[in-house]
Design a protein around this ligand. Structure first.
Ligand code: G3I
Length: 462
């Protein structure tokens, strides 16, 4: 994990916040399976990165190396963002243009800029069917498999210790209703190519979070269900995956889904972080601004949604510039979408009804708290999501007790601590989710081996 220097141009308050966020991020890296998030602050930040940091999140952008000489671009980049993703410079065609000859010049320019300015880096992307150099397109079978493993190993090793998260595999599932893998030369090397890539990445850079990244998976649909099943399977079998990236390229044909937050949450409930990795929303004015606000609020509502990256800075920097999908206009001026994003990060708006799931348990009329559980089960394991609802007096803390069936063993817990791995288990709140106002809900979860039938949670408030 890198420890970036503090930018001299940041105000003291922002620097203090940033250090706090970095300490928490570093602590989080040491606590396996735990999630660290900051409670919303009463103070309002004045930049995207500072406001996101107050919420325990990062705010990033895609960066193109050839724009690092553009003063307007760099001015906005340094002022507003604390995470960067090379837009094209870490892709296979850029980093290994001929076999075993690696070129990192443009990617290094971005990484060096990030490190010199206190930003972290998302690596994008190690294995992808697109933007492959010609020599890769001409390979197949075991020769391609070996080349893929070598590429993942060499690139992740070169950047070891400098990458916050890697998009290890990008866009491996087909669109449409089949839920199938995308046909590609990589897929034709065997269905296990994705897990092989993840294992190679972990071996090369154990400190980076390893993500699967895709588009059209932002709501619940056949494609996202297939990704969900893969992540669930990887978690159950110990394949190293830490995060799922939701690209979130939206326009009139592909709007922000009504179940966006719920979809992020169900992936988070598998015990992985979720990240919004390539956000852009075509449109203008208040409609575009409202959509940006919805996306930000959805992320903030999911404890394991650890950050948001927009796919470029100014509309003119976008891969689809004609749709004016970004936060700054071509002149570098803040758009209404910027203000809505900042306000949402500062907690200044009320979530729309479509992103607020109805409580499944009515709040008790007396004191105390109540708990309900939902299960996602597969052969040999399950994920339990437990919703805690505060009674009329609210809570300062809570404990949920439940007894696991014989043979069931907890392997991972998030948003709570657990007293035991089997039998009678008590789950207690962590620092950021113990205090609930009357009727307020929070969720924690755990993954276990065995079966979870008949779980009956009981809640005690303190
Ligand atoms: O650099 C060459 C330039 O020398 C040449 O003159 C010019 C002529 O077409 O092409 C330039 O390369 C272009 C490159 O972007 C850099 O601008 C490629 O043609 C163009 O295909 C490439 O597009 C990129 C696209 O991925 C390729 O798939 C976009 O910039 C990039 O934003 C986009 O990013 C993807 C993510 O990686 C994955 N998710 C979807 C997202 C949007 O498509």
């Amino acid at each position: 994990m890198i420890n970036p220097p503090v930018r001299p141009d940041r105000p003291a308050r922002a620097r203090t916040r940033r250090r706090l966020a970095l300490v928490l991020a570093a602590t989080g890296a040491l606590v396996a399976g735990a999630t660290i998030a900051l409670a919303p602050s009463a103070s309002a930040g004045t930049t995207l990165a500072a406001s996101a940091a107050e919420q325990g999140r990062y705010f990033g952008t895609a960066v193109a190396a050839n724009k690092l000489s553009d003063a307007t671009y760099v001015g906005i980049l340094n002022r507003e963002f604390d995470m960067v993703t090379p837009e094209n410079e870490m892709k296979w065609d850029a980093t290994e243009p001929s076999q075993n000859t690696f070129t990192f010049g443009n990617a290094d320019r971005i990484v060096n800029h990030a490190q010199a300015n206190g930003m972290r880096v998302r690596g994008h992307a190690l294995a992808w069917h697109s933007q492959q150099p010609g020599w890769v397109q001409n390979l197949s079978g075991s020769a391609l498999r070996s080349a893929m493993v070598n590429h993942v190993t060499q690139v992740a090793t070169y950047y070891r210790g400098k990458i916050h998260s890697w998009d290890v595999v990008n866009e491996a599932f087909a669109d449409g209703g089949t839920g199938a893998r995308r046909d590609s030369n990589l897929q034709r090397t065997g269905n296990d190519w994705i897990e092989v890539a993840f294992r190679a990445a972990r071996a090369a850079d154990p400190g980076a979070k390893l993500c699967y990244n895709d588009y059209n998976t932002d709501g619940q649909n056949a494609k996202s269900n297939a990704v969900y099943a893969m992540v669930q399977d990887f978690r159950a079998r110990g394949v190293p995956i830490d995060c799922v990236g939701f690209q979130s390229h939206f326009n009139a044909q592909s709007p922000v889904p009504a179940d966006y937050q719920a979809n992020l949450q169900r992936f988070a409930n598998l015990g992985v972080d979720v990240q919004i990795t390539e956000l852009d929303i075509e449109g203008s004015g208040s409609a575009q601004a409202d959509n940006y606000g919805r996306v930000v609020r959805a992320c903030l509502a999911v404890a394991r949604c650890t950050g948001i990256t927009v796919w470029g800075i100014r509309d003119s920097d976008s891969w689809r510039a004609s749709g004016t999908p970004l936060l700054f206009d071509a002149g570098g001026n803040k758009k209404p979408a910027y203000t809505a994003t900042l306000n949402a990060l500062n907690g200044g708006s009320t979530p729309p009804p479509t992103t607020t799931p109805p409580p499944t348990t009515p709040p008790p009329t007396g004191g105390g708290c109540s708990a309900s559980v939902t299960l996602n089960s597969w052969t040999g394991g399950f994920v339990a999501t437990v919703r805690v609802t505060a009674g009329a007096a609210g809570t300062n803390g809570w404990t949920v007790a439940l007894t696991l069936p014989a043979g069931a063993t907890v392997v991972n817990t998030w948003n709570a601590t657990s007293s035991a791995a089997s039998g009678a288990v008590q789950f207690r709140n962590v620092g950021y989710n113990g205090r609930l106002t009357a009727g307020q809900t929070t969720e924690f979860g755990f993954q276990a081996n065995g079966t979870g039938t008949g779980l009956t949670p009981s809640c005690t408030a303190s």
